[in-house]
Design a protein around this ligand. Structure first.
Ligand code: SF4
Ligand code: ZN
Length: 378
């Protein structure tokens, strides 16, 4: 697809061709009028207000001929098959295969982003694929769901929605791996197609951390998103927190975050503390020490959260799921693998084999996973 915003060369015929060329992407809905003929983007909590020709901070939404356009509509920069546990999602459709897609751009500017080549690219690139074609690729990959991940999916929400609606028609579910920096308008769109979301805090959502290392003025919109997800949707939610050593590992901030998660969602909300590694512009800090992550685990348990995990810590016992009724290991994991499953599944509900408590994991262990890769049913 040609880019009509390109500077026209001197050649008149070439200029005429460029004028006729279709602009990038598609005119989309998540915009509202602002003063002076400008448009405000409502896809994320930055609410960029843009004049004709201006592009938002994410690099993928622009005002063209008075319309708000999503420049990456129909442009997919990457697609991979991953286990759902890699998202990380531990309490929804365990053992399933997920087709993960992304576009370029992002509304956050994380200085340590491990996907910076995609997320911080301010150039619209990728393979031209419509919603149906993305779903076809997912089906060809034998995936059971599609994840919108690697960059922030809210910035391409209208494209994700159209893929997601098509995916549902074909029996696939949809997951956002999100920073949660969303809007009421965005959550209303998510309701139409999203089944699961993992909301990823960083540095315990400490305001000084998010300002300095992410370029986000205030983490409050993330809590607003969580509240809306809880009260306005039935989307399955999990929470992660990337623990950055020395600068984003404050235990008081962790306690505050856990308390808000408890107040908003109750004690059964899964929370994952993720190990950080140096990347992009932050290469001078070490990987998060395991004792730092374990200290976060203890704070979360002390606050009253029942399902607390460590992530990116292959082989650590806190990757396992422990029944909140009796403490037994009900799902034994190693990295992204499930090694044993000690739950009785009835429909989409699961009950501890040891004590009968209902454990808040949605869905059975995927039958294909059980058949192909699983050896340890107890
Ligand atoms: S999605 Fe992009 S254009 Fe829209 S408000 Fe966020 S950063 Fe700005
Ligand atoms: Zn139990």
């Amino acid at each position: 697809m040609a880019n009509a915003r390109l500077r026209a060369p001197g050649d008149a015929a070439a200029a005429a061709m460029l004028q006729e060329a279709e602009p990038l992407g598609k005119a989309t809905e998540l915009w509202k009028p602002a003063s002076d003929g400008r448009l405000t983007c409502t896809a994320c909590a930055r609410y960029c207000t843009l004049r004709e020709g201006q592009t938002g901070l994410c690099g993928v939404r622009q005002v063209v001929d008075g319309q708000g356009r999503l420049l990456v509509y129909g442009r997919v920069i990457t697609g991979h098959v991953d286990p759902i546990e890699k998202k990380p999602v531990q309490h929804y459709m365990p053992g399933t295969r997920i087709f993960s897609v992304a576009t370029t751009g992002c509304n956050w500017l994380c200085q340590y982003c491990q996907n910076y080549d995609i997320s911080q690219r301010r150039k619209v690139e990728g393979t031209a694929l419509g919603p149906e074609e993305v779903v076809d690729l997912a089906l060809q990959s034998r995936a059971q769901g599609i994840a919108y991940t690697y960059n922030q999916p809210s910035i391409f929400l209208e494209f994700a929605r159209d893929i997601g609606l098509e995916a549902r028609k074909k029996g696939l579910f949809n997951i956002f791996v999100s920073n949660g920096y969303d809007t009421p308008e965005g959550v209303a769109e998510m309701r139409k197609f999203l089944d699961c979301i993992t909301v990823d805090f960083k540095g315990n959502a400490e305001p000084a951390f998010v300002r300095k290392y992410i370029g986000v003025p205030d983490p409050e919109p993330i809590f607003d998103t969580l509240h809306r997800l809880r009260t306005e949707t039935d989307i399955h939610v999990e929470i992660t927190d990337l623990v950055v050593p020395e600068v984003g590992d404050d235990l008081d901030a962790c306690r505050k975050l856990c308390q808000r998660v408890l107040d908003e969602f109750g004690p059964l909300m899964p929370i994952h503390f993720l190990r950080w590694h140096p990347d992009y512009k932050m290469l001078d800090l070490p990987m998060t020490p395991i004792p730092t992550l374990e200290a976060h685990y203890r704070v979360a348990k002390d606050v009253g959260l029942e399902y607390v995990y460590l992530g990116n810590t292959h082989g650590h016992p806190l990757e396992d799921t422990y029944c909140h009724g009796c403490g037994a290991v009900v799902v034994d994991r190693h990295g992204f693998d499930i090694r044993s499953w000690r739950l009785d599944t009835k429909g989409k509900d699961n009950f501890c084999k040891a004590c009968g408590t209902k454990v808040p994991i949605v869905g059975p262990l995927d039958p294909a996973y059980r058949e192909e890769r699983f050896f340890g049913v107890v």
